[in-house]
Design a protein around this ligand. Structure first.
Ligand SMILES: *Cc1c(COP(=O)(O)O)cnc(C)c1O
Length: 371
């Protein structure tokens, strides 16, 4: 049987992406920067209903640039969700700043506002907060925004997994001072690799434009008065992104279908608690995830699926439990650890057919019976 992926690239059946790639090819715009990049930035801003955007070569570089744009520097404290992918946190270290990890809550699986406030009290000099909307489901953004205002810290939204998800009718990534999206191959749409930074602050985005193309001052010779980075998106990648953006809503529809399929089919087994859908949520359903009852080890299910060439995964291992990051402070209890221990991400590829979903569910049911 062919491999079934957790989430993998899915080009449009109309081949919109090819049209933009061909334009780039025919005009020799095979470069970082070019008309596709300019259009892609504008089309993303139009989709997200406002702000200013810069396309970059990864979500990780977008987080890095967001931190710099928020004036984060050596020894600054950044409060960050512990339950996430390491790319949320690594750029804090690039800048010599200090992460403090915040636990999740069961209501959202994302940053707990209660623990965040404890951290803001313990670290009155904290400069920024990074929240994540895991698997496309948003955190309780209003409460976090309120706390960031009260304690005067910048808010960065890592919306790498939640492009197209809405909180109270408004797109995730557009609430903070800076919002970050990723177009890595596993995300809901891809540019083969890429990222985007969005903000309402035009000047900060222009500053990122300067840093991310080697900090070239205005001069005939190459003149640099600041440290530079080579972080821009290529014109080919942006062409793929333009085509993918046209089918984003279709992809969200399919992801929702997959989530509901699993929920409906596995409900009767009384083994899984699916990632909660809160009253404010219109998720993009990037991955369908659930917790298993204590007696069952999700790894067993993952291994069983693997035997049939089907990819499933545990929930992210929290950063405060990672060997590289365990020396940093953690504010919380055992919630993200429990989510990690009991969590499973089911295959959520938008190319999945009904017969494949049926087969996957059959394997899962068998795996939970055998324990
Ligand atoms: C994918 C991802 C990133 C990183 O994006 P890249 O484009 O792969 O650099 C950051 N944060 C989260 C939560 C992600 O899932």
């Amino acid at each position: 049987m062919k491999k079934i992926w957790l989430s993998s690239p899915h080009m449009s059946k109309e081949k919109y992406e090819m049209k933009y790639i061909n334009e780039a090819f025919d005009t020799n715009w095979i470069a970082p920067l070019g008309p596709n990049v300019d259009h892609f930035e504008q089309e993303m801003v139009d989709y997200l209903n406002g702000g200013f955007a810069i396309a970059l070569n990864s979500g990780t570089s977008a987080i890095h640039m967001a931190l710099k744009a928020a004036n984060i520097t050596k020894r600054d404290i950044v409060l960050v969700q512990s339950l996430t992918f390491s790319a949320t946190v690594n750029p804090i270290i690039y800048e010599g700043a200090v992460p403090v990890f915040i636990d999740s809550d069961y209501k959202t699986w994302n940053m707990s506002p209660e623990y965040l406030e404890q951290a803001l009290i313990k670290y009155p000099n904290a400069k920024a907060v990074i929240i994540v909307h895991l698997y496309g489901f948003s955190t309780d953004i209003d409460r976090i925004v309120e706390l960031c205002k009260k304690y005067n810290v910048k808010l960065i939204e890592d919306a790498a997994e939640s492009l197209g998800s809405k909180y109270k009718g408004k797109y995730t990534g557009t609430f903070g001072d800076f919002g970050v999206y990723s177009f890595n191959g596993n995300k809901i749409i891809t540019t083969s690799g890429g990222g985007l930074l969005i903000s309402k602050d035009f000047d900060r985005i222009q500053k990122v434009r300067y840093w991310s193309s080697q900090s070239k001052d205005v001069a005939k010779h190459y003149q640099h008065s600041e440290l530079g980075y080579n972080y821009r998106m290529s014109n080919i990648s942006a062409g793929i992104g333009r085509g993918q953006l046209k089918v984003l809503n279709r992809r969200i529809e399919k992801k929702r279908y997959i989530y509901n399929y699993y929920k409906k089919s596995l409900n009767e087994d009384d083994v899984f608690d699916f990632m909660p859908l809160n009253e404010w949520d219109e998720p993009n359903y990037w991955l369908s995830c659930a917790l298993v009852k204590k007696e069952i080890n999700p790894i067993k299910i993952i291994i069983e699926l693997e035997k049939h060439n089907i990819e499933a995964r545990p929930i992210w291992k929290p950063m405060h439990l990672q060997p590289y990051f365990e020396k940093y402070d953690f504010i919380g209890g055992g919630i993200s650890e429990d989510l990690f221990t009991r969590g499973i991400c089911f295959p959520s590829d938008t190319k999945l057919q009904d017969n494949e979903l049926e087969f996957i569910v059959k394997i899962i049911k068998k795996a939970i019976k055998d324990v």
